[in-house]
Design a protein around this ligand. Structure first.
Ligand SMILES: C[S@@+](CC[C@H](N)C(=O)[O-])C[C@H]1O[C@@H](n2cnc3c(N)ncnc32)[C@H](O)[C@@H]1O
Ligand code: SF4
Length: 450
């Protein structure tokens, strides 16, 4: 049993750090944290750690406390993690803060236990993002398609099966079109410039040809970076590619996740590695192509991952995004036991070395809860092929007008605050309550522009 007490109301953040070292539900340990005193201390199972004020002092109080707890737990257990005490989604944001205050990223991050290698990746990514920054007038359009042809065992995204849901998909697309039309007028009125379009999922190409054409017809912007996260090779037909080309889509994803057929079957993807290659060869030279991979998939060892990397590099897509498996709430694998034999850290390091050696540059990075070994996801691109939407959305540089069930809009207000508005997640409720909820969303955007 974990017995934990803290004199400051930052328990949930401290628990994230404890969760790096122990299974919170199974740990038999007593931890007491006292940060409010002149001489702060931490006691772990009667062992006192009192020399806490050295090291991390940069940034928010809670972040400094997390670093102190990390240091004590690391000394108590002998374990370290590549990202040290950083548990947040965007380490690059901290990198930008450090630069703005005149500090050095590698020095400041090492005080949080971040390895030199990861700190240098943050530096390199920030360098690759030069020229981009916060804008109050630019906005990205996001459209969510919550349908898939089968459910992958690691996935927790809002998504329903295509099978037996034809009418629902039809009604859903009709609502989406209304939300896009209404949004177009609203954004014009509020003085926003739409910078890029991203249709994500789920699997947007799970829509049949007619619905896909109808949806894309409703998007009125021309000449922008326009991405469709097609994703699943088993849904991308030649006809759908022609429809996307007709509507000026510039980028698509064709996602292997793994090139091992055994793994693809085990994780619930209804396609083979040959399907990935065939679809890629049909799409090549028509779109800028991204491929998503996942390190740490169940039962994969480093050699399986190496095969996936090599096969992907043979195809040489414009972008490659390397994810680390996250055991998300709501996924089938949520309770799968982690084992040290995963070696996922080695996989992620191998990807970094092989991809950068092959001429790819890391250009955006984010993390999620419950990632194996608390690692990260990194987007890589060949020179001149970065997805601007990934940078400006992930770094929260631009606002996002998000349409569809579960889609989250973000508004960057003057004063640099980020406000969020979430559409209802349930697809049927999204359709049923469409009009009243649309009004609320409009009010959200209007109030942020005053
Ligand atoms: C929003 S998903 C949609 C992509 C598309 N439906 C597909 O599966 O090809 C985007 C990407 O997130 C990654 N992803 C999803 N769930 C994940 C998880 N639990 N752990 C790590 N990566 C995950 C996968 O690489 C996936 O391609
Ligand atoms: S990973 Fe992609 S295809 Fe698989 S269930 Fe999730 S959204 Fe659908």
């Amino acid at each position: 049993m974990l017995r934990f007490s803290s004199d400051y109301p930052i328990e949930s953040e401290l628990l994230e750090v404890i969760g790096l070292f122990f299974d919170i539900n199974e740990a038999n340990i007593e931890i007491e944290c006292c940060f409010g005193e002149e001489h702060p201390y931490i006691i772990i199972d009667n062992k006192v750690f009192s020399n806490l004020t050295e090291g991390a002092q940069f940034g928010k109080f809670s972040r400094v406390c997390k670093a102190q707890l990390y240091k004590a737990l690391s000394s108590y257990t002998g374990k370290t993690f590549p990202w040290g005490a950083l548990t947040g989604v965007r380490p690059t944001k901290l990198g930008y803060e450090i630069l703005a205050s005149g500090g050095k990223i590698v020095d400041e991050l090492s005080a949080y236990g971040v390895s030199k290698q990861k700190a240098e990746i943050v530096e390199r990514i920030i360098c690759n993002q030069r020229g981009f920054g916060i804008s109050y007038d630019k906005i990205n359009l996001y459209v969510h398609i919550p349908f898939c042809t089968s459910r992958c065992n690691y996935c927790s995204f809002v998504s329903l099966p295509v099978l037996h849901n034809e009418q629902l998909m039809c009604d859903y697309v009709n609502c989406l079109i209304k939300e896009i039309n209404d949004g177009t007028e609203l954004l014009k009125k509020l003085g926003y410039n739409v910078d890029s379009i991203y249709i994500g999922g789920g699997t947007p190409t799970a829509l049949n040809e007619r619905l896909l054409d109808k949806l894309l017809d409703a998007i009125p912007y021309k000449g922008l970076e326009y991405t469709i996260e097609a994703g699943r090779p088993d849904t991308i037909t030649d006809e759908k590619m022609d429809i996307m080309l007709k509507h000026n889509v510039t980028r698509i994803s064709i996602n292997p996740q793994s090139f091992s057929d055994k793994t693809l079957q085990a994780i619930g993807r209804a396609h083979t590695s040959d399907d990935i290659i065939n679809t890629y060869l049909h799409a090549q030279n028509k779109f800028t192509i991204n491929m998503d991979l996942i390190a740490g998939l169940s039962n994969e060892a480093i050699d399986d991952f190496k095969l996936t990397l090599n096969k992907t590099l043979e195809l040489r897509p414009n972008n490659i995004t390397v994810h680390t498996l996250a055991r998300k709430n709501g996924s089938v694998i949520k309770n799968e036991k982690a084992t040290d034999s995963y070696g996922v850290s080695n996989m992620v390091d191998l990807a970094y070395t092989d991809l950068t050696d092959a001429g790819y540059e890391p250009y955006y990075l984010y993390r999620q809860k419950n990632m194996l070994e608390n690692l990260e996801n990194i987007g890589y691109s060949l020179p001149g092929n970065m997805c601007v939407n990934n940078i400006t959305t992930m770094e929260e540089f631009y606002s996002v007008f998000a349409c569809g069930a579960g889609a989250i809009s973000k508004q960057i207000t003057m004063g640099n605050k980020i406000e969020r508005y979430a559409n209802v997640r349930d697809v049927r409720l999204y359709i049923e309550q469409f009009d009243e909820r649309l009004e609320k969303k409009n009010k959200f955007f209007e109030s942020g522009r005053i």
